[in-house]
Write a protein that binds this ligand. Sequence first.
Ligand SMILES: [Zn+2]
Length: 123
Amino acid sequence: MNKTKEEHDKELKSFVIATLRRASYRWYSRTEALKNARVSRGLYKCESCGAVEKKANVQLDHISPIVPTTGWDTWDGFINRLFCEISGYQVLCSVCHTVKTRVEGELRKKNRQETKKKLDKTP
Ligand SMILES: [Zn+2]
């Protein structure tokens, strides 16, 4: 069965986003940012709460969310934020990263609902 143009475009966008995200794990700035957060062998400092954790318990966070809390903007914006400079990253412990991600997700959801409300009101 053929997909509609809309379904095809949505699938293509998801595929490209997932592929770029995977590639970004090998981005040099990411490696450098992690190195900068290393306090001793195998230990990294969370830039938010200061906890010192093993590598498995820290995550590299994009300070400026890859997809803005105001919603998707452009591919150029997405790519520039995803492959940011060293200063665009921060190392966070799992707890701090989860909190930040949740807050950003809630803001994104709220903004999406407000945009939808505005669109519904438009005659
Ligand atoms: Zn932390």
